[in-house]
Design a protein around this ligand. Structure first.
Ligand code: C2E
Ligand code: MG
Ligand code: MG
Ligand code: MG
Length: 292
């Protein structure tokens, strides 16, 4: 199990410091340049079946490879681009890069489903589905269900009518859909029932404290039951320790993602990690990775 928590990103700003409007505009300008200069990269975090010790895919997570400051986490720059045109441009870049990555891994004999995070503004923008269809058409060898779109629960409820329409259209293309940070967005059950999502991702805040907090454990259990009742898959985010993995398996949640399994890593490390994880799989106990 990962004992040493080496972060894969550095921090650009002190947490909690609000940027001035001027600083924000400057950063936005710099971010637009960064996209031009190909300074954004995707790291990939494995998702596994903890019971079988089998990888099930990866999630693409964007980072900014800043020439002076190093690798910056999305929390450092996504809030700044929120609501701007750049948010959509970066989102389009993420989808295209993920598809290229699927092709590159395929060339190495690795058939790996990839999940991408899509923001509300991007998803609900006219033309999203057309652009997704075009991107898929450029990779005819990739089955559409190798791509999974993650939207946070609140995205689905901001503009329910449009969201439902777009998600249904994405589903019709054969792409898989996941509700991210599930449990934090208050989707009503009546609405949830109509959402064409394949997978619920239990937010890491509930998973983190489920061993010590009975309420959080109850929430995790309820989400697992909800998923099972509605025939959806469920995965726990934020699996940090062997104890978390065991507790999740005990309540019927076999899929997991978290630092205790693997940290997000550059795409070149993925094939090696996948072979290592598969080879070290022990059918009697959940498998965990050493620090990268
Ligand atoms: P998310 O989609 O819920 O992604 C999971 C986040 O949790 C990632 O942070 C990941 O590094 C972190 N994480 C993974 N395992 C653990 C764990 O065991 N414990 C804890 N405490 N955290 C864990 P990251 O990469 O900093 O991303 C943060 C958020 O930024 C993402 O949350 C997602 O909402 C957003 N994001 C990341 N990449 C993209 C992107 O390409 N597009 C959009 N629109 N949003 C993105
Ligand atoms: Mg996500
Ligand atoms: Mg999440
Ligand atoms: Mg999150």
């Amino acid at each position: 199990l990962a004992k040493q928590r080496g972060r894969d990103c550095v921090q650009l700003f002190d947490a909690g410091v609000e940027l001035s409007l001027q600083a924000k505009q400057e950063l936005l300008r710099r971010l637009a340049q960064a996209l031009e200069a190909r300074e954004f990269v995707l790291h990939y975090q494995p998702k596994v079946d903890m019971l079988q010790g089998r990888p099930i895919g990866v999630e693409a997570l964007v980072r900014w490879q800043h020439p002076e400051r190093g690798m910056l986490a999305p929390g450092e720059f996504l809030p700044t681009i929120e609501g701007s045109e750049l948010e959509v441009e970066l989102g389009e870049w993420v989808i295209r890069s993920a598809l290229q990555q699927i092709d590159s891994w395929r060339a190495l004999g690795l058939d790996l489903p990839v999940a991408v995070n899509v923001s509300a503004r991007h998803l609900l923008r006219p033309g999203f589905v057309r652009s997704l269809r075009d991107a898929l058409a450029q990779h005819p060898a990739i089955a559409p269900d190798r791509l999974e779109i993650e939207i946070i629960e609140s995205t689905a409820i901001t503009d329910m009518h449009s969201a439902l329409e777009v998600l249904t259209a994405c589903r019709a293309l054969g792409v898989r859909l996941a509700l991210d940070d599930f449990g934090t967005g208050y989707a009503s059950l009546a609405y949830f029932r109509r959402l064409p999502v394949d997978l619920l991702k239990i937010d890491h805040s509930f998973v983190r404290d489920m061993l010590t907090d009975a309420d959080d454990r109850a929430i995790v259990l309820s989400v697992v039951h909800l998923a099972q009742s509605f025939g959806r898959e469920v995965i726990a985010e934020g699996v940090e320790t062997m104890e978390h993995a065991q507790a999740l398996i005990d309540i019927g949640c076999h899929l997991g993602q978290g630092f205790g399994i693997a940290r997000p890593m550059p795409p070149t490390h993925i094939p090696g990690w996948m072979s290592w994880y598969t080879a070290s799989a022990d059918t009697d106990a959940p498998s965990f990775a050493p620090p990268p």
